[in-house]
Design a protein around this ligand. Structure first.
Ligand SMILES: [Zn+2]
Length: 232
């Protein structure tokens, strides 16, 4: 049996012990943790819950007791590790072998703001719309924030094993950035000098305001941090 213990890894392992055909201990602990979490949510008072079992996949709302039964019989939906359908908002229990929230957030931000990645984002969203037919746009957006970077890595790796080719930059990018980033208070690029807001009072020749356009939307903002991110 695998001894790896990354974030909620029990969800990836079989829920039944092959010898006894009973629920494994780690699975019991996991389900108990899950039910503990949902019972603290306001919706719990209705006695009805969205069922995360591998059959319902969060698409059905059923009686709490039936959720227990489903989880015992069917096991958890494999990819459902952040329980955002059940009140969890982010990685609440950080583990060292899992990308830390800041890094995974950064990776998602970079991927979803890269024009050449857009075609893959569309495939991802189409898959998710099919898989979670009843999810709202907001839920799908959350799903993208949480799962897209992982999906991208899997998608590129799986496509390469069947002979598809990708540019070097995309193969490097999907593996995620290095965990160490360089931080600057000033940076010159393409003939422009930028500085972070903190320095602005001491300088008049640098600009901390930026504007970026994406489709019809134009964003204005102030620079708070300048980071150099490396991919290898
Ligand atoms: Zn179910």
């Amino acid at each position: 049996m695998s001894s790896s213990n990354y974030y909620r890894s029990w969800i990836d392992r079989p829920h039944l012990d092959p010898n006894t055909r009973l629920l494994t201990e780690e699975y019991q602990r996991g389900i108990t943790e899950f039910m503990g979490l949902v019972q603290r949510q306001p919706e719990a008072e209705t006695g009805m819950l969205r069922c995360p079992c591998s059959n319902c996949k969060n698409r059905k709302i059923i009686k709490e007791w039936d959720v227990w039964t489903h989880l015992y019989l069917n096991g958890f939906t494999r990819s459902y590790k952040i329980w955002y359908h059940h009140g969890e908002t982010d990685y609440e229990y950080g583990s060292t072998s899992e990308p830390q929230p800041a890094v995974s957030h950064l990776q998602t931000y970079l991927l979803t703001n890269c024009e050449d990645v857009l075609q893959y984002e569309r495939i991802f969203m189409a898959e998710k719309r099919f898989e979670y037919r009843y999810a709202t746009e907001e839920e799908l957006e959350e799903l993208k924030q949480r799962e897209f970077s992982g999906w991208m890595l899997t998608y590129v790796s799986a496509s390469m094993t069947i002979g598809e080719t990708f540019d070097d930059w995309i193969r490097e990018m999907v593996r995620g950035p290095e965990y160490v980033v360089k931080s600057y208070t000033r940076f010159c690029t393409r003939g422009y000098a930028f500085t972070t807001q903190k320095r602005r009072h001491s300088s008049t020749t640098y600009d901390a305001s930026v504007c970026s356009a994406s489709g019809d939307d134009v964003y204005y903002g102030n620079i708070r941090e300048i980071m150099e991110i490396n991919y290898s």
